[in-house]
Design a protein. Structure first.
Length: 235
């Protein structure tokens, strides 16, 4: 994935498969307009608890990164993946319209787990770390469907980004068999947008279901980032 706008339009991707000082690989590394660093760990074939633990394991290394190290990470990324901007300064200004010189990089950081669902244990861990340990970790859930040649992607935060200590009500969405949380669906047709299917293959290795196979009814809406999930039906 070289375009994280399908995750968040306010993030700039600066690294992919970034090797840490502990010889681990971070799936995706991004920054926002304030210079905050966001670590994104995709579930792939890892268990929910493993992916949460792995994201947390990156934090001690992330917090030590200097401006120069982040600039170097982006330069290696740009060279490897032939990015349109050769330097972080150019990419940052093109993305956000402001100069990197006036921004303090890595003053804050955030950990984001990308998955189709989490088990109850992982959910409790994330909530506890946010509420009691002040560790900024969140989960972004994905679901994708195909319907008559159209492709749909849904995204939802586990914890509202505007209210990080107040997770949304998840009681009605618990799977009675597993206790895991599957978020309600709010969807948008991304058509052939690059990166969407690669992302879903990473977090949902079992494959993309047909819309008719989904037991939940979904809404096709113009905006898929909402403070609360939306319900409806596809006609």
């Amino acid at each position: 994935m070289q375009d994280v706008s399908i995750l968040n339009q306010d993030w700039l991707l600066i690294g992919r498969q970034v090797r840490t000082g502990f010889d681990k690989l971070i799936d995706l590394l991004t920054v926002d307009a304030n210079g905050s660093v966001i670590v994104i760990e995709l579930k792939r074939d890892k268990t929910p608890r493993d992916v949460v633990a792995q994201a947390i394991d990156y934090a001690p290394w992330i917090v030590t990164l200097t401006d120069y190290q982040l600039i170097d990470i982006y330069q290696q990324f740009a060279e490897r993946y032939a990015r349109p901007y050769a330097t972080l300064e150019e990419a940052f200004e093109a993305k956000f319209g402001i100069s990197l010189d006036g921004v303090t990089l890595n003053e804050n950081h955030q950990l984001v787990v990308g998955a189709t669902q989490l088990d109850a244990s992982s959910e409790r861990i994330i909530n506890y770390l946010n509420e009691h340990a002040q560790l900024p970790i969140n989960a972004m859930f994905f679901n994708a469907f195909e319907d008559n040649g159209n492709r749909y992607l849904s995204r939802a935060w586990m914890i509202d980004p505007d209210e990080p200590t107040n997770p949304i009500d998840r009681k009605t969405n618990k799977d009675p068999g597993t206790g895991s949380f599957t978020p309600p669906l709010a969807m948008k047709d991304h058509g052939s947008k690059r990166g969407v299917w690669a992302l879903l293959q990473a977090v949902a290795p079992r494959g993309i279901p047909k819309l008719s196979q989904c037991s939940q009814r979904a809404t096709v809406c113009g905006s898929i980032f909402r403070k609360r999930a939306m319900w409806g039906s596809v006609r």
